[in-house]
Write a protein that binds this ligand. Structure first.
Ligand SMILES: [Zn+2]
Length: 196
């Protein structure tokens, strides 16, 4: 759904319980809410496919009823859960609750639906073999330019952990150079604006 007004998005969310796409579930773990896979996936395979909402980049939050560990809860989606891109923000449910890892288990691949001229879907693709219950994580710096000021100290514990995560602009320049051909969305847009 593209460039919807926040009130229209909230009306859609009010209309029904939002179920996750096949393949994932929301669960409370050591890092709070996060995504887990519900089936075994091999590296390179899609964990799930989803579309998303695009809303203007304004201070809106959204209320959604969706299952957490199998029980319906009412969750709040704030600006922090959405991804900035230019003067818009995007989010999907429950993808907006995916946790960061500096050595993530997945990455997203945009898809153009047949007959559509623009990207309307994404596949979240496994980077490693996953078993049911394993965490689905992604590297925020690949798409978040500055994390909108929501910087945090990473606890992913992986080798090469960035430490403080402040988007792509917050990474050391040698790390930026290593990742530059993999960045997308706001990280790619801002990077190309600054390095034309
Ligand atoms: Zn980390």
């Amino acid at each position: 759904m593209h460039c919807d007004q926040p009130n229209d998005v909230q009306k859609v969310l009010d209309g029904s319980i939002v179920m996750p796409p096949e393949g994932i579930a929301l669960s409370r773990g050591p890092f709070g809410l996060g995504l887990i896979t519900t089936h075994a996936v091999r590296a390179g395979e899609a964990i799930y496919r989803s579309d998303w909402f695009t809303v203007p980049d304004t201070e809106h939050s959204f209320s959604v009823r969706t299952p957490v560990d199998g029980e319906i809860e009412t969750l709040t989606i704030t600006r922090m859960h959405s991804v900035k891109y230019g003067d818009t923000r995007t989010f999907d449910i429950p993808g907006c609750f995916m946790n960061h890892s500096c050595n993530p288990t997945s990455t997203s691949v945009d898809l153009v639906e047949e007959g559509q001229g623009e990207v309307t879907l994404y596949d979240q693709v496994a980077l490693v073999d996953l078993a049911p219950g394993d965490a689905v994580t992604c590297d925020y710096t690949l798409f978040d330019w500055d994390c909108d000021g929501h910087q945090f100290v990473c606890a992913c514990g992986s080798t090469g952990c960035y430490g403080r995560v402040a988007g792509f602009q917050g990474l050391p320049s040698e790390t930026q150079d290593r990742l530059r051909d993999r960045i997308y969305y706001e990280s790619a847009r801002m990077s190309s604006l600054l390095n034309p």
